[in-house]
Design a protein around this ligand. Structure first.
Ligand code: GUN
Length: 283
């Protein structure tokens, strides 16, 4: 049976440490960090993420303003809100929950955020800095994944890491972070020929494809470290499940992350860390 990395427990520990640090900020800096979150529409997944971000902010002592707008908001109205938050000296971090409704150009919205307040690390300047190995705000999910691996004592250097999925939010940046940790990284996706052949070579397998229980036991090697980024509804039970067939894969893996309680809480934890970093950079 695999060792389970609990993102829930690790994030609770890290949030407690951050809370102790943030408690010293009013005396040192005159205020606490302030994160502004914009939610457009009422997609249940997005609502749940945004609620989680507000809850974590409260736990850490970060001020959270969540701005909720209907899905009918125009792109210009959204850009105007972002411009206001950019100009507001009392706001340290800005996050626009994705995805946005189709009539809004996501790239344009992300690029409109002041890159110094870009707590997601999605702004083109932060992405460029990441790929040039310059200091930048790291995207939360990939940052959380590397933290989990290190905390679990997983040696990354020299390992064959395989990433399934090539999204801007997870697949691409986690591949780069693993590369920076000296893994040999294979990036796979929906057009990969014989995916199972690639995944079976993985010593570290990161799955971010968004399909319930997509990775089955036959796709995983004995002793592999398996990181499941997926958050899906199991079509049979209606319960939350990952991209990995957890019960079967846990029999073969040496280390695995659960869903829920794995990568998700770590993403939010790293968002708190990024908000504190953005805040501290201003002093
Ligand atoms: N939607 C899914 N994941 C994320 C994330 O990490 N940040 C934002 N802004 N939206 C998301």
């Amino acid at each position: 049976m695999a060792k389970i990395i609990s993102g829930k427990e690790l994030s609770a520990r890290l949030k407690a440490e951050m809370a102790a640090e943030v408690a010293t900020f009013p005396a040192r800096y005159g205020r606490v960090p302030h994160l502004a979150v914009i939610l457009v529409g009422e997609d249940p997944g997005s609502v749940s993420y945004v609620t989680g971000k507000a809850k974590a902010s409260a736990e850490v002592g970060i001020r959270n303003t969540t701005i909720r707008k209907p899905a009918t908001i125009t792109e210009q109205e959204l850009l105007d809100i972002i411009a206001g938050l950019n100009a507001d000296d009392g706001v340290d971090g800005i996050l626009v929950q994705l995805p946005l409704p189709r009539h809004i150009d996501e790239d344009r919205v992300i690029a409109a955020i002041d890159e110094r307040k870009d707590v997601d690390g999605f702004h083109p300047l932060n992405v460029a800095a990441l790929w040039q190995k310059q200091s930048c705000t790291l995207p939360c999910t990939p940052k959380g994944i590397v933290k989990m691996l290190k905390t679990a004592g997983v040696e990354i250097a020299g390992k064959r890491a395989v990433v399934i999925g090539r999204s801007n939010i997870v697949g691409l940046p986690v591949s780069k972070l693993l590369l920076d940790e000296n893994a040999t990284v294979t990036m796979t996706h929906s057009r990969t020929r014989d995916l199972a052949e690639e995944t079976r070579r993985a010593e570290i397998l990161v799955v971010a494809i968004g399909r319930p229980k997509f990775v089955t036991a036959d796709m995983v090697s004995e002793g592999a470290v398996v990181i499941d980024v997926g958050v899906n509804r199991d079509p049979e039970t209606g319960k939350l499940c990952g991209d990995v067939d957890y019960a079967a894969v846990a029999e073969k893996a040496s280390v695995i992350t659960p869903v829920p309680g794995g990568v998700g809480p770590m993403t939010i934890c790293c968002l708190m860390e990024n908000t504190i970093e953005c805040f501290l950079r201003r002093f």
